[in-house]
Design a protein around this ligand. Structure first.
Ligand code: PRP
Length: 197
């Protein structure tokens, strides 16, 4: 995770533990529904899905496979920085798109909408590039943590203010490969060391 400095930390317990919050089957069922909703809103349009690296990779590939018709992909990467418990609001582009989005129907695909600072930045730069239409699909929405006034058009699950990992979401780059989304707790002794990374 690139943003440990500003993001919330996992809770601490005696041992490291991941408790399943959303199982793989629930994830897949909801993603299939989201794909239907998206195609229903744009029945005849080519759709250009833009995944935000790295967390959105599994969500984008599963969502993309469930949307029938003409679908293309691209990826973008951003990083935010600033120390302290809250976002400094500074987000920067670390990998740009391969192709222009001008005139395209674009769907930004994000794993999680947390403070909203990343999405606020992406919406601003994408708007400047004149897409025909711009929408946002997020798998997880954590509204309690919102700082920026942004929202998604398609939301998989609204979740409580817990530190989640799995299905693309990481803690210090670990746990992305879990097929479920779970709540992470860390052992008390490991937490300070992990903060450094
Ligand atoms: C996560 C997530 C979103 C962003 C949301 O990315 O993938 O892009 O944070 O947070 P926000 O709403 O508070 O801005 P992260 O920087 O952890 O990178 P990663 O996807 O590579 O893990």
């Amino acid at each position: 995770m690139a943003k440990l400095a500003k993001k919330q930390q996992p809770k601490q317990k005696n041992e490291e533990d991941v408790r399943i919050l959303i199982s793989r089957s629930r994830l897949q069922r909801r993603i299939t529904e989201m794909a239907r909703e998206i195609r229903k809103d744009f029945p005849n349009e080519p759709l250009h899905l833009v995944g935000v690296l790295k967390g959105a990779v599994f969500f984008l590939t599963d969502l993309g496979q469930q949307i029938p018709g003409d679908v293309s992909f691209d990826f973008i990467a951003v990083s935010s920085y600033g120390v302290g418990t809250h976002s400094s609001g500074q987000v920067r582009l670390t990998r740009d798109l391969d192709s222009s989005i001008e005139g395209k129907t674009v769907i930004i695909v994000e794993d999680i909408l947390d403070t909203g600072m990343t999405l606020q930045y992406l919406l601003r730069i994408f708007d400047q590039r004149k897409p025909k239409c711009l929408r946002v699909a997020v798998l997880l929405d954590k509204p309690e943590r919102r700082i920026a006034a942004v929202q998604a058009d398609y939301v998989g699950f609204t979740i409580p203010n817990e530190f989640v990992v799995g299905y693309g979401l990481d803690y210090a780059e670990r746990y992305r490969n879990l097929p479920d989304v779970g709540v992470l707790t860390l052992p008390t002794v490991a937490t300070n060391a992990a903060k450094v990374g």
